[in-house]
Design a protein around this ligand. Structure first.
Ligand code: GLU
Length: 329
């Protein structure tokens, strides 16, 4: 039985790009008659906005998405909050350590940045040069009372995975990313490990998410292999961009579902426009999420980013409800 999931990080309110991913994942699962899992990725304690943990679930319900398992409804794979799943991550780490694949990394982010000749914005590759530097500083940092991060050294060579839009994708983790962090020096579990352990434990057979995570996928697939687990299939969606061509970002406070709801926007307008942007409708029209399950068709999915320009926003904001307390302009 196929199972789908959406995994919000409660670092703020969900924006329209998050909504687009959540809807696509939900449509994909529901169109296949699959169950749907909601998992809260609240791994990063300092970045978690407590109000957003349940707030994000409310935003998704407002869109018309439902789930069979999740933090608020329970299920056979509970807990569904990553902050509660540390034991599972520790077990996976032991499995990797028992194979001699993990090591202590004493290099700080600053150390790595200073060594990096990587192009701006990309995490530097952790390779032979970094390993040598790590060995050089280990004893001193230990004396200074520093704590190390834990990294995994994955077997070299290419990994392949299946992507619903791209077909077979091939990538080389050692070359593109190097040794991955599994646990940060402050004790926080890394997304790369948690997402693999959880999707496997929750029996998610296809991961639908946005293109910004495509580069992380090969590392995750290599981790599945190292843990002796079968990787799922993937479907990476093109991003939703703003009028200026930038991807939406929570920290900019971009167009959150909550703000749209508060100004009286109809969820049917949000859903209908996002379905149109995904290529599932020929023109935007008001629709409920459930109505569009039957319209979901992978072969229709757009291969290029959607642009949320002024016309699109005007369409979404039209016909606002006056009884919501919002003040339509
Ligand atoms: N929690 C991640 C995010 O909100 C998504 C992770 C994933 O889908 O693998 O960006």
């Amino acid at each position: 039985m196929p199972r789908g999931r959406y995994a919000p990080s409660p670092t703020g309110w969900l924006h329209l790009g998050n909504a687009r991913t959540a809807l696509a994942a939900w449509w994909r699962a529901r169109a296949a008659g699959a169950s749907f899992v909601m998992r809260v990725e609240d791994l990063d304690g300092p970045r978690t906005v407590q109000e957003a943990v349940t707030g994000n679930l409310e935003e998704l319900r407002w869109l018309g998405i439902d789930w069979d398992e999740g933090p608020d409804v329970g299920g056979p794979h509970a807990p569904y909050e990553q902050s509660q799943r540390g034991e599972a991550y520790a077990r996976a780490l032991s499995t990797l350590s028992a194979q001699g694949l993990t090591f202590d990394c004493w290099l700080s982010r600053k150390d790595l940045r200073e060594m990096a000749s990587a192009p701006h914005g990309r995490a530097p590759v952790y390779g032979p040069e970094q390993r040598v530097a790590n060995d050089r500083v280990a004893a001193r940092k230990q004396r200074e009372g520093k704590t190390p991060a834990t990294r995994v050294r994955l077997p070299p060579g290419p990994v392949t995975f299946h992507d619903g839009l791209r077909g077979e994708v091939r990538a080389d983790v050692a070359r593109d990313a190097g040794d991955l962090v599994l646990r940060r020096a402050d004790g926080a579990w890394a997304y790369q490990l948690a997402v693999v352990v959880d999707d496997a434990a929750m029996n998610v057979r296809e991961v639908v998410r946005a293109d910004d995570l495509l580069d992380a996928t090969a590392g995750q697939v290599a981790l599945y292999h190292a843990l002796g687990l079968a990787p799922p299939g993937f479907l990476h969606l093109p991003l939703l961009l703003d009028a200026g061509g930038q991807r939406l970002a929570k920290r900019r406070g971009d167009l959150t579902l909550r703000a749209l709801r508060d100004e009286g926007v109809r969820p049917a307008r949000v859903v209908g426009w996002l379905a149109y942007g995904l290529g599932l409708l020929d023109a935007p029209r008001e629709a409920t999420a459930r109505e569009l399950v039957a319209a979901f068709d992978v072969t229709r999915l757009a291969r290029h980013p959607a642009r949320l320009d002024a016309d699109a926003l005007a369409w979404i904001r039209a016909e606002r409800r006056l009884d919501s307390g919002g003040t339509p302009r």
